[in-house]
Each structure stands twice: as C-alpha cells, then as structure tokens.
Design a protein around this ligand. Structure first.
Ligand code: C2O
Ligand code: CU
Length: 519
C-alpha cells in the first residue's frame, strides 16, 4: 500500500497536543499518540513489541558495560577561553563511552543541572523506551533526579549522545559513543575521535538567549534582520542571489544561506584553534579519524593538510571507500576516514562552512613548527565529498524492495517570527507519520526553504535512495535548499521515533515530527 500524507491539519493536531501534555508518564503519552483519523493504536515505548524487539537483540556478547554519567554546570577551559557552561562530568566533550557491538550499555545518568534533561543515543537502533525523548519515550529527568538507561547496542560505528531537551546540546553536553566491531583495526594502526562544535555558551550569552534573539528578530534572511544583528558573519547574508535549488556551486555546496548563528568559537575536542589538541602518530602509519559534528548550527568542511583521506564510514555504517581531499559534515553526521601519515606537523582543520572561523587540531608525526590557528590547507578549497556521494557496500545495503508506505516531509518555514515546520506544522501541532512493523518505509524530505536542513531519524539507519540502489546507510542527511532527499528504512524497531532537523535552533523552533509505529 502506498499512502501519501497530506499536510497537517491544525485543528486535529492541536487536539492531539493537548492529549499529549495531559498525559502522565510514558505509557499515557504513548496511548494518546494514535492517529485521530483511524482506529490504529500507537505502539508506545512501554509496548510489548518494544520489549520483544530488545529481547531479539540480546544475542550479543552477554556483557553489560556500566557507566556513570553526571550532567552539571561547570567552568571549562576551551583553550584561551574559560566559560561557565553545562557539561558531562566536567569535560567538553563529555567522557567517551566505548562498547563492543552486541554489548548491553547501562548508563546511570544523574541530572545535576538546574533544568530537566534526558540523554539521547544518536545513531543507535535501541529500544524505544531508552531513546531519551521527553514526552514521547520517557518523562524528563528532573533536577536532582537520576535515570538508568539500559539497552543493547546492535550496530558498530561512530555514534554520540546528547540531551534531547531545549537548547542543552548547544552547551557542552555531548560526547562520543564508539561501538567497536570485531573487524576494526584491520586496515589502520591508530585511531582518534574528533568531535566538532560551534560554541557560544558563556562567551556570547547562552543558547536560550540566542534562540530568543532569533525569535525577536524574525526569520534570518527576511527583511535584512540578520544583516543587522550578525553583520560580522561572512558569506551568510540572507537570501543570496542564486535562489532556490542552489547547492551546485562547488564553492558553496550548501547554497548561500549556511547558518542562523554567528559563533565566536569553533572547537575540536573542546579546544579552540589557539590552544588545540595534538594527534600524534608516526610517518607511514594509517590512522582512522572518527569525526562527529556535534554543532548546533554549523556544517564543517574538514581536511587534513598535506594528506588525502579515504572515507570509510558514515553515521557508523561502512561505505565503499572513497578518496577525498575534504568532506562536508552536517550537524549530527559522522564521517570516519583513514589517512596514511606523512612526516611532520600538519593542520587538521574543520572550517565553519559559509561562516567566519575554524576549528583546528595538530597532527604531529615528526619535527617542524606546529601550524598556526589560521592555517588554511589547500585541501579546503576542493569540492568536498558529502554523504550524498557515498555508496553502501553490498553487505550493508537494504534488500531491494518497493516501499509499502511513503511519507512526504515538506520542510518549511513561516514568513514571520522564527518558525520552522514539517508538513506545515511545528512539533507542537505535528501529525505523526504512521507506519507498521515489517513495512519498507520511504521518507521523502522535500526542502521548500532557502536553507539546508540536516534531517535525522531516530532508532533506524536508513538507506539513501538513488538510482543504483546503493546509497549510503545513514541516520542524518543534508537536504539542500529546494531539493528532495528520499530514504528507505525497514520498520523493524517498534516505538515512537523523532524525525527532525539537527539544526538545534530549527528543531526547537518547530522542525520536528514523529515516526509512529501503529498496531
Ligand atoms: Cu542527535 Cu534527535 O538527535
Ligand atoms: Cu533545519
């Protein structure tokens, strides 16, 4: 059956929102999630199907990995900048969690923040009641309270975790979650995890204040308001000249409008370019770089000076190895690359795409002066590889199958205020996208705006639809201005799952909806 979903009808969805907010606890929330138009019932986080799916995954190592994680306000040194922010266990990024595929991860999360929080495990096909979305999969963890997250980790790869509450991700609350595969290490000697971020918290107000500013000034690019407030942002001046359907210009692959926020700092592993981390190695060795873009409003163009990279994975899953001088990484995306090390000291640069500024790390395998904070390796001027160019090797492709159901997600905005929508509705008014367990589901992200959106699906790793049937397996994809990206997934993980823009400001301003299993 092919089902097209019409744009949201506001009256109906508002009624649902009232039911949602009236619910007490996850089960009540889930029960209220069903469609108002059919007799189907939402499969909530507490449903037997969720437990059954988890049981089916418990075939792995039999090992449970215990982790204690505390979120709290802290003073953090970012390298030349000391900020008061919120962080996991006093570090930015938070402490890495590393498990093996098939392990059970057991995280005792303590919330010492002044606000409610949760932890979302980005990229993991986990049991729905551990997904960390307040009001959908669990009740938010109140200040001073704790919550135990416990779930099987079924897929290897470079993943990460962060809160799913308000603007908290744009503080220091993020960290890598690395899931090792028994085959790891066959084609490289060393590895290093690099987490990219855009930073303003404690240096230029707070993320909440930034969102208020955007709301007060209206939609960036509309009426020149952005130019007034963010005059220092290079290359992001509103509507630009090339209009809809941009993205073809190799110098501006995202189109002319590359962000809503001018950040004072950009970081690799919590350090500014002024006082960067050093990645050490020896000439001739192969290093695997696991790169996570944890930024809220910044895509990064990433390059290693003097080196050519081979992209080996995206969003945790293997891709057919592809040579690249630079890669473009959207918010929420991960790229793994390997590099054969030269001799000397080299800049690893994450350049804020279409903005002024960059993050830097130093790669050192020999003598020589370290690159300065403004080092601009020539590789940055190349046309960057994006997720759309990657292909899945045969063993990770979804079997060929026609979709049983198609949902369109039209990405939009409202002309006044700072409001981003999916199918004409903000999250408060969303109509769930219903699917049934066992279906092949196609999501079509139709970008009707002038800006790119990194769209993310929880709990599943889809395959990007292309003519060859070999698009990459991913969970986050750049949808360029005026373009459509189609992805297929197998509905094998019952529950209620967020689909949203991983531009945190867009998500918080409404660009989120729910992929809802019904039964
Ligand atoms: Cu990083 Cu809702 O996700
Ligand atoms: Cu967006």
């Amino acid at each position: 059956m092919i089902e097209r979903v019409p744009p949201a009808r506001r009256g109906l969805s508002r009624r649902r929102f009232m039911l949602l907010t009236g619910g007490i606890g996850a089960a009540a929330v889930a029960a209220a999630c069903g469609s108002g138009t059919t007799a189907s019932t939402a499969v909530g986080p507490g449903a037997p199907a969720v437990t059954a799916a988890e049981q089916a995954r418990r075939t792995g190592t039999g090992r449970t990995v215990p982790v204690a994680l505390r979120a709290r306000p802290d003073r953090i040194d970012l390298g030349g900048v000391v900020v008061d922010t919120w962080a996991y266990d006093g570090r930015v990024p938070g402490p890495e969690i590393r498990v093996r595929r098939g392990d059970v991860l057991g995280v005792d999360f303590a919330n010492a923040l002044p606000e409610e929080s949760t932890v979302h495990w980005h990229g993991i096909a986990l049991r729905n009641d551990m997904d960390g979305v307040p009001g959908l999969t669990q009740s938010a963890v109140r200040p001073g309270d704790a919550f135990r997250y416990e779930f099987t980790v079924p897929d290897a790869g470079t993943h990460w975790f962060h809160p799913h509450v308000g603007m908290q991700l744009d503080r220091g609350l993020y960290a890598p979650l690395i899931v090792e595969d028994p085959a790891d290490g066959r084609d490289y000697d060393l590895e290093s995890v690099l987490v990219l971020d855009d930073w303003l918290d404690g240096a230029a107000g707070t993320p909440d204040e930034q969102l208020e500013t955007l709301r007060r000034d209206g939609m960036p690019g509309m009426g020149g308001m952005r130019g007034m407030d963010h005059g220092s942002m290079g290359g992001t001046g509103g509507m630009g000249t090339s209009g809809m359907g941009t993205g073809a210009d190799p110098a501006n692959p995202l189109g002319p409008d590359t962000g809503d926020v001018a950040y004072p700092h950009y970081l690799i592993n919590g350090r500014t370019a002024v006082d960067p981390i050093t990645v050490a190695g020896r000439p001739g060795l192969r290093i695997r770089l696991r790169i996570v873009n944890a930024a809220a409003d910044t895509a990064f163009r990433f390059a290693v000076g003097g080196h050519r990279m081979t992209v080996t994975h995206s969003d945790g899953f293997p891709v057919e190895p592809l040579g690249a001088d630079s890669v473009l990484i959207g918010m929420g995306e991960r790229f793994d690359v390997t590099v054969t090390l030269g001799d000397g000291a080299f800049p690893i640069v994450a350049s804020a795409e279409g903005k002024d500024g960059q993050a830097l790390a130093v790669l050192r395998t020999g003598g020589g002066a370290a690159p300065g904070p403004d080092a601009r390796p020539a590789e940055l001027t190349t046309n960057p590889v994006t997720g759309a160019q990657l292909r899945a090797p045969a063993d990770v492709r979804l079997p060929a199958r026609e979709p049983d159901r198609i949902h369109d997600l039209v990405l939009g905005m409202e002309m006044s205020g700072y409001t981003w929508t999916i199918n004409g509705a903000t999250y408060a008014d969303h109509i769930p996208l219903e699917i049934s367990e066992g279906e092949r589901v196609r999501l079509r992200f139709v970008n009707g705006t002038m800006m790119f959106h990194p769209m993310h699906v929880h709990g599943h790793t889809y395959q990007v639809v292309d003519s060859s049937g070999s698009g990459a397996r991913k969970d986050t994809s750049l949808v360029l201005p005026g373009r459509t990206v189609e992805v297929d997934l197998d509905a094998t993980n019952p529950g209620q799952w967020m689909v949203h823009c991983h531009n945190l400001y867009h998500g918080e301003a409404g660009m989120m909806t729910v992929l809802s299993y019904v039964g």
